[in-house]
Each structure stands twice: as structure tokens, then as C-alpha cells.
Design a protein around this ligand. Structure first.
Ligand code: NDP
Ligand code: HSE
Length: 449
């Protein structure tokens, strides 16, 4: 690899090659360099494009790297690298909003296509960046930003451009899916499972983005934007992560025939002739028979439902350096081909439509209560459910010394009514604590509740 990368970087002055300015050489950046090294000759044979690495910007040039680069290629001056006249295509693999936003804007304004894997950036200021790309007539491509190595963005943008997409739902965070798999199947602790996901390169540099759901929410916002042609930002997405899940919930899910998964769900509907979008990320109890229940470890899976096409499923590795670098390299080739042809792909004009409140969601719910174990308690609890229009589908009781744990699964109920029920239950003397509340995906409901 050392030899091939040196050759690549040595061709930097050759005007016939496409010169890359790579920002970031962490988990994904280093794998991209390794992949360029392994695949460069084959790519050249297939596409006629030869890639050279003009420079790689990092924060700390003194850090040891798993890839060898020619002298002078590493720099800590990302801005100068972007501005270099010999850089044709910029690849942003730093993460976060700043300085990534400024660097991407500078590249686009200088007429350079940009490839990015940065979902946080796109979910925060995507509309601004897409306008800048269109104004400059160059590509801003981001296949790796959603579901890692799975081709999802391009199918949504291109293959399904004429489809009336109604709903997209799935597992889009590899870290939490890996953690939930380890916790469910091997009883691993939350802390151990997270440490393993970090060691495997799945987690964000700040893993709270994974476990608190904001990484999946950013992906949900991007998916909604391209699937529905509307501007959806991360703040529009109702977001709950896995930090409140307990081993008790995971064990009860198993006993009841479910698996707990962190789902991202975006839906488009028409209300009174007006289009609206709902977007949410939350843990859900998925029936063991549902296809999403068998999506394990860092794998992601995404269902797309369209009016004409019906249901499609995309499945593959959603995190990790190799799968993500594969998606980045595909985008690099696409952007370079378009640059050579003088064309670019546009995401089009994103309109803004009302966002439906989570309060209007209708789902089944798992509710875990700790109560006093004495006569009349169940009647009081059931009365609160009934008065607030939440119908109980099943109930299990487990003794807890002097108290008892009650596990309810409701029939379909409105989120607003469930929240009011929980609040009233919390006011009862006999209720010691209102524990986890998890939405339940229906057997036939690809929307996951
Ligand atoms: P890492 O944290 O592993 O790498 C980030 C890189 O950016 C490091 O090389 C770091 O330098 C460099 N960097 C940080 N700040 C600056 C700066 N101001 N100027 C120049 N370089 C800087 O992140 P990943 O490789 O995991 O992720 C990169 C992007 O890809 C993120 O947007 C992430 O969300 C996305 N992504 C990641 C996936 C994954 O599985 N890891 C999957 C899909 C997308 P240094 O090495 O010196 O610290
Ligand atoms: N941290 C992200 C995940 C990386 O675990 O899915 C892929 O976007």
C-alpha cells in the first residue's frame, strides 16, 4: 500500500488525473485512502479516471496513521488545501458543522465538487449547501451520510425520482444496532457494548450522537428531504435514543416475542389538501417475525414505500470505515465523471411543509409500571387507562418483594392520550414509578408503530 499511495500522491502535478483534496484521515478517511490504493488501477480501467491525492488535511499532523502518505501530503491547513488550484474534487470527512460547513462552501464557491459523509452537516445546513452547489453548477454528493455502505441516497434521488414515496423507515444507526444486539443476545452491559462499537469504528467521535438518537435523526432528516423533496432539518425530527432502555425492558421484549430496535421513520401525508411530513427516531418493540428484527450488529435496513413501486428494502453495513469509504469512493467517481463532462446532479428545490407533531402519532405502546402489591391497585390503574381513552391489549404482573411490576401492551392509542395517561398514573399513590414506555411496531406495520 505504501508504494501505491506514494505513486498516487507523486502524480499530483499530472493535469490528466483528478486531484483529490481529502479533509479528514480518521476511520473513514484512512479507509478511503486504502481503497483508492487497492482499487485505483481497476477504476482507471473501468472509468478512464485516474485519481491522485493532492493533500490530506487533519487536525494533528503528528498523529500516527494506519496509511502511509508521501512527504508533504498531510497538512493541518484544510482551508489552503481546499483553495489550492490543483485540487479538483474535495472530500469532506471531518464531521460536525464547523469548520466543515465553511470548507464545503468555499470548495463549492470555487467550482469544486464536494463529496461528504457528514449527516450532521447536511441535516443542519443542507439547503444552504445544495443551493451553493447548484449556483456553482457542481456536485454535492453524500451517499455515505445515510446508512454507511448501503446505496440508498442515489436510488432515492434518481431511481425513485418519479415515485410518490409515502414512507421510509428502518434501522439507520449501526452503533446502537450493534449495542442492542449484544445486549439482547449476550446480556452485554450498555457500557461494554458501547466500548466495543467505538473500538470497531462504528461510533461518532462523540458517541452521544449515536446513543441519544441525534445521528439517526440527522439521517431521518436527510432521507425525508430527498424522498419527499421537502426541507426537513434535524430539529424537525422527534428524537429519543437508547439511553433510557433497561435490561428489564430488553428481557420483557424477548418474553413477549419482540426485539428492541432504534427506528427512524419518516412519512408524508396529505391533511385537508396540505402536504405534511412526520419524522421520528425512537426505540421500538419489533415483533420477532418482522424482517427488521433479524437486522443485527452494525447492519442497517431501510424500507421505502411508494405508491406505484410498493415496498423496497435496502440492507447492508451501515457503519465502519470500509463500507463507508466504499460509498464515498463511488461518489468521488461520480463527481469526477460529472466534472469532466461539465454536468452536475441537483437535488432540486426543497419546499418547506408543516411537520406533524408526535402528539398525533397512533401506535401501540409497551408501558412498565412499578406499583404497590395490594387489593384494588390494578383496578385503579386500569381506570386511569380507560378514562384517558387508552385500551389495554395485554398485561403481565411480576412480583417485586412488597411491590409488583406491571407490564402493559396497549391497543392502538394516540400519543397525546398515552402521555396524559402516564401523567395521571404518576399521580396515583399506588404507583411507585412509571418506567419505560416503548412504542410497539405492529406485525403488518412496516411503519413500526
Ligand atoms: P474520525 O473522528 O475518525 O476522523 C475525523 C478526521 O477529521 C480526523 O482525521 C481528524 O484529524 C480530522 N479533523 C477533525 N477536525 C479537523 C479540522 N478542523 N481540520 C482538519 N481535519 C480535522 O471520524 P470518522 O472518520 O468516523 O467520520 C468522518 C465523517 O464520516 C463524519 O461526518 C461521520 O459522521 C461520517 N461517517 C462515519 C461513519 C463511520 O462508520 N465512522 C459512517 C458514515 C459516516 P486527526 O486525525 O488529526 O484527529
Ligand atoms: N455512527 C454512525 C452509526 C456511523 O453508528 O451508524 C454511520 O453513519
Amino acid at each position: 500500500m505504501r508504494n501505491r499511495l506514494s505513486e498516487l500522491t507523486a502524480t499530483v502535478q499530472d493535469v490528466s488525473v483528478v486531484q483529490l483534496g481529502i479533509l479528514g484521515c480518521g476511520t473513514v478517511g484512512a479507509e478511503l485512502l486504502a481503497l483508492l490504493d487497492r482499487q485505483g488501477t481497476g477504476i482507471q480501467a473501468r472509468t478512464g479516471l485516474e485519481f491522485a491525492v493532492a493533500g490530506v488535511a487533519v487536525r494533528d499532523v503528528g498523529k500516527s496513521r494506519p496509511v502511509a502518505l508521501a512527504d508533504g501530503v498531510l497538512t493541518d491547513d484544510a482551508r489552503s488545501l481546499v483553495a489550492r488550484p490543483d485540487v479538483d474534487v474535495v472530500v469532506e470527512l471531518i464531521g460536525g458543522v464547523e469548520p466543515a460547513r465553511s470548507l464545503v462552501l468555499e470548495a463549492l464557491q470555487a467550482g469544486k465538487p464536494v463529496v461528504t459523509a457528514n449527516k450532521e452537516l447536511l441535516a443542519a445546513v443542507g439547503a444552504e449547501l445544495f443551493s451553493a452547489a447548484d449556483a456553482a453548477g457542481v456536485d454535492l454528493v453524500f451517499e455515505a451520510a445515510v446508512a454507511g455502505g448501503i446505496p440508498l441516497v442515489r436510488p432515492l434521488r434518481e431511481s425513485l425520482a418519479g415515485e410518490d414515496v409515502r414512507r421510509v423507515m428502518g434501522i439507520v444507526n449501526g452503533t446502537t444496532n450493534y449495542m442492542l444486539t449484544r445486549m439482547t443476545e449476550e446480556g452485554a452491559s450498555y457500557a461494554d457494548a458501547l466500548a466495543e462499537a467505538q473500538a470497531l469504528g462504528y461510533a461518532e467521535s462523540d458517541p452521544s450522537a449515536d446513543v441519544e438518537g441525534s445521528d439517526a435523526a440527522a439521517k431521518a432528516a436527510i432521507i425525508a428531504s430527498i424522498a419527499f423533496g421537502t426541507e426537513v432539518v434535524a430539529e424537525d425530527v422527534h428524537c429519543e435514543g437508547i439511553t433510557e432502555l433497561t435490561p428489564i425492558d430488553i428481557a420483557f421484549a424477548s418474553r413477549l416475542g419482540y426485539v428492541v430496535k432504534l427506528l427512524a421513520i419518516v412519512e408524508r401525508s396529505i391533511d385537508g389538501g396540505v402536504a405534511q411530513v412526520a419524522a421520528r427516531v425512537h426505540p421500538a418493540m419489533v415483533p420477532e417475525t418482522h424482517p427488521l428484527a433479524s437486522v443485527r450488529e452494525s447492519f442497517n435496513a431501510v424500507f421505502v414505500e411508494g405508491a406505484a413501486v410498493g415496498e423496497l428494502m435496502f440492507y447492508g453495513r451501515g457503519a465502519g470505515g470500509g463500507p463507508t469509504a466504499s460509498a464515498v469512493l463511488g461518489d468521488v467517481i461520480d463527481a469526477a465523471s460529472n466534472l469532466r463532462r461539465g454536468s452536475h446532479a441537483s437535488i432540486g428545490t426543497l419546499t418547506r411543509v408543516p411537520i406533524r407533531s408526535i402528539d398525533d402519532l397512533v401506535s401501540e405502546y409497551y408501558i412498565n409500571l412499578e406499583v404497590a402489591d395490594r387489593p384494588g391497585v390494578l383496578a385503579q390503574v386500569a381506570d386511569v387507562f380507560g378514562r384517558n381513552a387508552v385500551s389495554i391489549r395485554s398485561m403481565e404482573q411480576e412480583g417485586l418483594g412488597e411491590g409488583a411490576r406491571l407490564i402493559f401492551i396497549t391497543h392502538l392509542a394516540c400519543e397525546r392520550d398515552v402521555r396524559r395517561t402516564l401523567s395521571r398514573l404518576g399521580e396515583l399513590d399506588v404507583v411507585r414509578s412509571v418506567g419505560s414506555v416503548i412504542r410497539v411496531a405492529g406485525e403488518d406495520d412496516a411503519a413500526g408503530g
